[in-house]
Design a protein around this ligand. Structure first.
Ligand code: TXA
Ligand code: MG
Length: 320
């Protein structure tokens, strides 16, 4: 199994010798490698069982470092960089040739971000290369928000996981780019749309569940538990399963639904706090997936604040 620890020097040494390290960030844990070393990047795809058409996000510790790997940045995107970095936002920028084609799956744009996590930051600033890091889960499964989640699924394939505690945000970064002067959101995430619009005006949110996506990782079925995951009205769903004698778990926003005969229940935020709900989402889904229920029943959140981004994850988890 992988060692879990807080030894940044050890992580640095492993990364410098072309190995993978589990990386805490404020959004989710990443599976990181030297982004400039194609052989190390190959290991990421193999370890996650990720198709090579799904490009990776490159992480750096500063805007100055990003300019070593990307061409000039559009004025609108620069405003977002100034406002939200370090933070849960990824920008699509024109790449310089130093970034291997494997990282971008052959695209001209590279996804970059500066994570807002003290350990990740210290590590990144100590390295003389950026880190490619997708979420540290097997392709298609729920993203990890604790070191133990990484251990549970990839622990037999990597040697070290940096333990940075529970991820504060709990949703992946918001992915933003610009096409013909129009700012576009390709993935809803940890930076809120309304905050983005305060900086650059109205943005276009691309439909999030295309099966032939522009952002290739945005496949319809993603973030999926292994158990059947059903999304809808909890009262109706629970009634159906209770009458057929199937053991079910429920994942609800704020209410406990004490009258429903669930074997297990997770409430994302009793006080209807969207930040808290986001932070608890993936850990809650994982928990229910690992208990002995046969099916997980869940409800959508109101489409406000992080509700849209959370519903996006729930719908994908429920997709066939
Ligand atoms: O918060 C996050 O973004 C986390 C942490 C670890 O930083 N990372 C993450 O990576 O969520 P991943 O690989 O699970 O998702 C990255 C998404 C994929 O859907 C991918 O298709 C998209 O970013 N992406 C990466 N490079 C792209 C590019 N050049 N053009 C369009 N989409 C890109
Ligand atoms: Mg992912």
């Amino acid at each position: 199994m992988a060692e879990i620890g807080k030894d940044i020097a050890k992580a640095k040494q492993l990364l410098e010798s072309g190995e993978l390290v589990g990386l805490p960030t404020e959004t989710v844990y990443g599976l990181s490698a030297n982004a400039l070393d194609t052989e190390a990047v190959v290991k990421i795809f193999e370890t996650k069982n990720r198709p090579s058409f799904d490009p990776l996000i490159v992480h750096t510790g500063s805007i100055e470092q990003i300019s070593e790997y990307t061409e000039s940045i559009d004025e609108e995107l620069q405003k977002l960089a100034d406002k939200f970095w370090p933070g849960p936002m990824t920008l699509l920028l024109r790449k310089k040739p130093i970034i291997p084609d494997l990282v971008t799956s052959g695209l001209d744009l590279v996804a970059v971000r500066i994570p807002d996590h003290p350990m990740a930051m210290e590590l990144l600033l100590s390295l003389d290369f950026p880190l490619a890091a997708p979420s540290a889960n097997p392709f298609g499964y729920i993203s990890p928000t604790q070191a133990r989640h990484v251990q549970d699924q990839l622990g037999d394939k990597i040697s070290y996981i940096l333990d940075g505690g529970n991820c504060e945000v709990g949703l992946e970064s918001t992915i933003i780019g610009i096409e013909q002067g129009q700012t576009i959101i390709y993935r809803l995430g940890g930076t809120e749309v309304s905050a983005i619009e305060q900086v650059v005006g109205k943005v276009l949110i691309l439909p999030q569940s295309s099966s032939n996506p522009k952002s290739p990782g945005m496949l319809k079925s993603h973030y999926s538990p292994l158990k059947p995951f059903l999304l809808g009205n909890l009262e109706e769903l629970a009634q159906k399963y209770a009458s057929s004698g199937v053991k079910f778990g429920i994942l609800s926003f704020d209410k406990e639904y004490p009258h429903l005969k669930a074997a297990e229940r997770i409430v994302l935020s009793k006080k209807r706090d969207f930040y808290e709900a986001a932070k608890n989402l993936f850990a809650g889904m994982r928990y229910l997936d690992q208990t002995d229920v046969s099916v997980i029943l869940a409800e959508e959140l109101p489409e406000e604040h992080f509700g849209k981004a959370i519903n996006d994850r729930l719908r994908r988890a429920a997709a066939e």
